[in-house]
Design a binder for this molecule. Structure first.
Ligand code: C2O
Ligand code: CU
Ligand code: CU
Length: 497
């Protein structure tokens, strides 16, 4: 314990950057969880205070927001890094609403390229000025979106990001993402009053001084670009002060363009409270959760002394197998996965304030999906021929084409989709607007519990999902949430009528 560090608590632990040589080195001479007044640690320096994005909350049933998309130099190291930001910050502000609220959001495009906005996971209309990703906002233009959140919308953690086909990976990896929280009866009741409620947006940008950080080679796009640093709320390994007497509750968003994370607490078990699409009736006790790009998890942690923080471990998404087998790591070149061992992405400063044994029960979970009334099959990707090519990033053999309808479920139907991954690499399948449940996995793995909007389809695997097409009709998309794959054409159009 460094001598310059004092505070009126009985026992503290401060551990950070586990497994990361660089972080360990940087910190060994200066372990300081809180910047001294008058000094600010750069976001690139592990050990600064954990902070959350600005919180914007609805009042009287309406949330009015202006989001300006703009390139921005963010503080980094001794200088700055180039990013694309909403309202100047990465991540953008957190939007918090209640079921039944209306969000009136004006997007101003101050980028020098087109963009638009998607509310990932919200069960709202995909038409008109609602969650319509088929419209484009040109540079210099603005557009007002109006989202009517249904009164029976599931509580949970969602997010917003651009969705202009062809530039989604560069804009999101550049920093354009923010959380959306829909509060529910559990948040308002005593179920969670003894817990914190924090948002953690995980991203992995490339860091550099100019816009070249947004570029990726065609090989990197086929692999799915990964950045050179893992950030939580825009900060590298920030330190969160946690109390043993209070349960930590976190809403975690994987806003990375391609990277998967296995998240744990160094082996200690915790409660998995909610998926992408709302809560379990009772938490699942787990020692890790895996998040593909696009997925979210809400977890609750009874903190004990000795815990060191939130640890991310690499997940093998079969990038290399996707290469057709013959090519080794040498092909990865600069910029590809530098994340090969466990990394503490949020350090803890544990304060001993007693013991918490919190265990929420009887949460407002959704029921199971109704029986299917029709079915459909989809194939993701194509088998590689030894050398990867853009032609592999297809659904049912076809690259995305605007205006072509690829799936046309009847409004009110419940469809069972059999999604087969023909390729050698994993692809996270994502469907807009209509949540689904997972029925089975050909790998024999247990179907993912709860409701989802994004699900991993392992290399060669077939996953069956069940989707009620209720409440809204309209035209939108499903796609791979490795966003370079989406931009390469791994996306289809769905029209529900
Ligand atoms: Cu997260 Cu089609 O989106
Ligand atoms: Cu989405
Ligand atoms: Cu993919």
């Amino acid at each position: 314990m460094p001598s310059h560090f004092r505070a009126p608590v009985t026992r503290r632990q401060f551990v950070i950057g586990g497994g990361v040589g660089l972080a360990g080195l940087a910190l060994s001479s200066c372990v300081r969880p809180f910047a001294k007044s008058g000094t600010t640690l750069a976001p690139s320096t592990p050990g600064q205070v954990f902070t959350e994005p600005q919180l914007l909350t609805s009042t009287d049933g309406v949330l009015r927001v202006e989001l300006t998309a703009q390139a921005k130099q963010l503080p980094w190291g001794d200088g700055t890094r180039y990013a694309l930001a909403y309202n100047g910050s990465v991540p953008g502000p957190t939007l918090r609403v209640n079921p039944g609220d209306r969000i009136e959001l004006t997007l101003r495009n101050n980028l020098d390229e087109p963009t638009n906005l998607h509310t990932h996971g919200l069960h709202v209309s995909p038409e008109g000025n609602s969650d319509n990703i088929l419209v484009m906002v040109a540079p210099g233009d603005s557009r007002t979106y109006t989202y009517e959140v249904p009164a029976d919308h599931a509580g949970g953690t969602f997010w917003y990001h651009p969705h202009h086909h062809g530039t989604v990976a560069r804009q999101i990896s550049g920093g354009m993402a923010g959380a959306i929280v829909v509060m529910d009866a559990d948040d308002a009741s005593t179920a969670f009053t003894s817990t914190t409620d924090r948002v953690m947006v995980i991203s992995d940008p490339r860091t550099g001084r100019d816009s070249s950080v947004l570029d990726a080679s065609s090989m990197e796009k086929m692999m799915g670009r990964e950045g050179d640093v893992i950030l939580v709320n825009g900060l590298r390994a920030p330190v969160l002060r946690v109390e043993t007497g209070r349960t930590e509750r976190w809403r975690i968003v994987n806003a990375s363009a391609s990277r998967y994370y296995r998240l744990g607490l160094g082996g200690t078990r915790f409660m998995h409270v909610a998926t992408d699409q709302g809560r379990f009736a009772a938490p699942l006790e787990v020692d890790h959760v895996v998040l593909t790009p696009g997925q979210r998890a809400e977890i609750a942690v009874n903190v004990t002394t000795g815990m060191t923080g939130l640890v991310a471990s690499p997940v093998d998404r079969n990038m290399m197998h996707g290469m057709g087998g013959g090519m080794g790591g040498g092909m990865m070149g600069g910029g590809q996965s530098t994340f090969t061992s466990d990394e503490t992405i949020v350090g803890f400063e544990v304060v001993d304030t007693g013991t918490s044994t919190f265990m929420p029960a009887a949460l407002h979970a959704r029921g199971s999906a109704p029986a299917a009334t029709s079915s459909r099959s989809l194939s993701f990707g194509a088998a590689g021929m030894g050398m990867m090519s853009n032609g592999e990033f297809v659904i049912d053999g076809k690259a995305f084409a605007a205006g072509r309808v690829d799936a046309d479920p009847a409004f009110g139907s419940v469809e069972e989709w059999t999604v087969t991954n023909k390729s050698g690499m994993d692809h996270p399948f994502h469907l807009h607007v209509w949540p689904f449940t997972v029925v089975s996995r050909s790998s024999g793995a247990a179907p993912d519990p709860g409701w989802r909007d994004t699900v991993n389809i392992g290399a060669g695997e077939t996953v069956v999902i069940r989707i009620p097409f209720t409440d809204f009709g309209g035209t939108t998309v499903y796609h791979c949430h490795i966003l370079d794959h989406e931009d390469l054409g791994m996306m289809g159009t769905i029209r529900v009528a």
